[in-house]
Design a protein around this ligand. Structure first.
Ligand code: SF4
Length: 285
C-alpha cells in the first residue's frame, strides 16, 4: 500500500519510482539516499540503486518505474493528500515520458485524492506537461484527455511543486513552475539553506511549505529565513505551512542550538502554521 508517513503536510506517501541522483546542495543529505543505501544489500529493495562509498550513502544512478505500485492510490480509502515520490523525483531524466504518463493517469483517475508532486527538475516538468496537449500515450490514447480529467476534477487534484533551498534555486526553479500548466502550484522551502526574496517569487504560487534540515550533518535554518517566508506569504495571501525547525532551533535567548528534530519541534514565534491551499487548515498540534 501507499505508505503512512510522519510528514506533517501529507497523509500518505506513494513511491511508484525507485532511485534518484543529486541535483543541488539541497540533496547533499538526502534522506531517500540514506534509506536506499541502508536497504541496498543483496536481495533488498534498493539493491543496485544505491551503495556506500567511503562510508557515505550514494545513489548509483539507476531509476525505475515500479508498475506494481501504480494502483496503490486507487486502493487508499477516503480523500487523502498523497505525496508522490518522497523517495525519488518523478521528472528524473532516466524516466521516459511514457513512464511518467502512467503515473499521471493514476493521479487523474484517483480524483478523490489530492496528489502533491514535488521536483527539483522543473524544466522537465514544464516540458512534459506542455507536451501533454499533443502527445499520445503508449497505447495511442490522446493525452489531452488526461489534462481534461485533471483540470475538470472538482478537487483539481494534482498539485505541482518545486523544492528550493535558497535564492539561487528559487530563481532557477520557481519561474519554470509558474510557466507549467497546472491548477495548483506550490513550493517546498526545505531544507532552507539560505534566504529567499519571496516577494519576487510568490505571484502564481498557491502554497509554501518551509522547514529546516534534520538527520546526520543537518545544516541550520536561520530563524529570519523562516520568518521572511511566513511574512511574505501573509502579505501575499499565500497559505504557509511551517513543517519543522529540523535539528537546529533557537533557544530562549534566540541563539541557534542543536536540539534534534523532535525537541526542536515546529513552533515558530509561539504558534504552529498549518495552512493548506483551498482554505483547508491542518490540526494545530
Ligand atoms: S532530488 Fe530529492 S530524492 Fe533525488 S537526490 Fe535530491 S533530495 Fe534526494
Amino acid at each position: 500500500m501507499a505508505g503512512k508517513t510522519s510528514i506533517e503536510w501529507t497523509d500518505a506517501t506513494w513511491n511508484p519510482v525507485r532511485g534518484c541522483s543529486r541535483v543541488s546542495k539541497g540533496c547533499d543529505n538526502c534522506y531517500a539516499e540514506r534509506i536506499a543505501t541502508r536497504f541496498s544489500g543483496l536481495g533488498l529493495a534498493f539493491q543496485g540503486f544505491a551503495k556506500q562509498v567511503q562510508g557515505m550513502p550514494h545513489w548509483i544512478g539507476k531509476v525505475e518505474l515500479l508498475r506494481h505500485k501504480l494502483d496503490q492510490p486507487m486502493r487508499l480509502r477516503g480523500n487523502q493528500r498523497i505525496f508522490v515520490n518522497s523517495m525519488s523525483d518523478l521528472f528524473h531524466e532516466r524516466l521516459v515520458d511514457h513512464e511518467i504518463d502512467e503515473v499521471f493517469w493514476q493521479m487523474a483517475l484517483s480524483s478523490r485524492h489530492t496528489f502533491q508532486v514535488l521536483t527539483k527538475r522543473p524544466l522537465r516538468m514544464r516540458e512534459y506537461v506542455r507536451r501533454l496537449t499533443n502527445r499520445r500515450s503508449d497505447s495511442g490514447r490522446p493525452l489531452h484527455e488526461l489534462l481534461r480529467i485533471m483540470w475538470q476534477s472538482p478537487r483539481r487534484n494534482v498539485h505541482l511543486g518545486v523544492s528550493v533551498e535558497d535564492e539561487q534555486t528559487a530563481a532557477a526553479r520557481i519561474p519554470l513552475l509558474r510557466k507549467t500548466p497546472a491548477t495548483g502550484r506550490w513550493v517546498s522551502y526545505e531544507p532552507a539553506l539560505g534566504p529567499v526574496n519571496w516577494e519576487r517569487w510568490l505571484p502564481g504560487i498557491d502554497w509554501v511549505v518551509c522547514g529546516g534540515e534534520s538527520g546526520p550533518h543537518a545544516r541550520p535554518m536561520q530563524p529570519e529565513w523562516a520568518r521572511a517566508a511566513r511574512d511574505a506569504c501573509k502579505e501575499a495571501g499565500v497559505p504557509f505551512f511551517f513543517k519543522q525547525w529540523g535539528d537546529w532551533a533557537p533557544n530562549r535567548a534566540g541563539t541557534l542550538v542543536h536540539k534534534g528534530k523532535k525537541k526542536a519541534g515546529r513552533n515558530l514565534d509561539g504558534r504552529n502554521y498549518n495552512e493548506f491551499p483551498n482554505g483547508d487548515e491542518g490540526n494545530d498540534s
